[in-house]
Design a protein around this ligand. Structure first.
Ligand code: MN
Ligand code: MN
Length: 301
């Protein structure tokens, strides 16, 4: 990795981490999800980075993939277990980081610690050439030592320029065999999830998070309005996920337009990811750069 790219990863990481921590400070009973998402995203933009995905605010049994719509009415309640997942990029070099906050109560401190300890253990092991199954084993053992289960179908992931999930997965369980091995200079997001439920997520309703499909598909759009909108979105969002909130200026009825593009298979509307048995879920995530004898966390302040 050349110095320029390395600097961009570090800058994106610091900005995402500062926005994450500032957002976490603002989460209080009665505060709306929309306000937190907008505050965090505007902090990233003001710091000179771009958004690599919409701020995800997922509470309680929701593990991931919820971002408020522009008319969202949800507010935080005392006792909510909130996963705040934040992404920035500098020139396409991505930072992806998340923490869990329990609103005013302390019923889940140990589960929050379980996912944090698992992340620390994974970071301690990460280095060039490591067998990723070893990391999965450590994550699983750490979470189980706290009396919880890892979520087996959510994984960490390698990052490439303008690509949030670039192919390599970092498992949270030991029995998931991984062929790929991290190379020196790889950027990787590691994100263990712990739960008192079944350890498995299923898809729920829409997340309000979208991503464009291949530009080749746009050739087959017959409806001109959809074609224009698709091309506008391509110019604005490229290959990265985006929020309904970010395109409300692009159509008079953005919900209908997004629904139509989704129906035509031109965009993917991600589902919310819900713990199968309704268990509470915690998560912690950092982005790291792989080195020969370890790794460097980019998402610290
Ligand atoms: Mn994330
Ligand atoms: Mn991630």
């Amino acid at each position: 990795m050349d110095d320029d790219v390395y600097e961009k990863y570090l800058r994106a990481g610091k900005i995402a981490a500062e926005a994450r921590d500032a957002g976490a400070e603002l989460i209080k009973p009665g505060v709306s999800f929309l306000e937190i998402a907008e505050q965090v995203e505007s902090k990233i933009l003001k710091s000179g980075a771009s958004l690599s995905f919409p701020v995800n605010i997922s509470i309680n049994e929701l593990a991931a993939h919820y971002s408020p719509r522009n008319d969202d009415k949800l507010v935080f309640k005392r006792g909510d277990v909130v996963k705040l997942d934040v992404g920035s990029h500098v020139d396409g070099y991505i930072a992806d980081t998340a923490i869990t906050i329990e609103v005013e109560t302390h019923g889940y401190d140990d589960m929050i610690k379980a996912s944090a300890d698992a992340l620390d253990a994974a970071i301690d092991l990460m280095r060039g050439g490591i067998n990723l199954s070893e990391i999965g084993k450590t994550v699983e053992e750490t979470i189980k030592s706290h009396g919880y289960s890892p979520i087996d179908n959510l994984t960490g992931h390698s990052l490439e320029r303008y690509e949030l999930h670039s192919g390599m997965s970092v498992p949270s369980v030991s029995n998931m065999v991984s062929q790929a091995k991290p190379k020196i200079g790889d950027a990787i997001a590691i994100e263990p999830f712990a739960t008192n439920g079944s350890g498995h997520v299923i898809s729920g309703k829409g997340s309000n998070i979208y991503m464009l499909g291949s530009p080749i598909k746009s050739r087959f759009i017959r409806d001109n309005r959809s074609k224009i909108l698709f091309n506008k979105m391509r110019a604005r969002f490229g290959t990265l996920p985006f929020a309904q909130r970010w395109c409300k200026d692009m159509s008079n009825d953005i919900n209908m337009s997004l629904g139509r593009l989704s129906f035509l298979g031109l965009i993917t509307h991600y589902p919310q990811l819900i713990e199968q048995n309704g268990g509470i879920v915690t998560q912690k995530e950092h982005t790291v750069i792989v080195k020969e004898d370890g790794c460097e966390v980019t998402t610290t302040t």
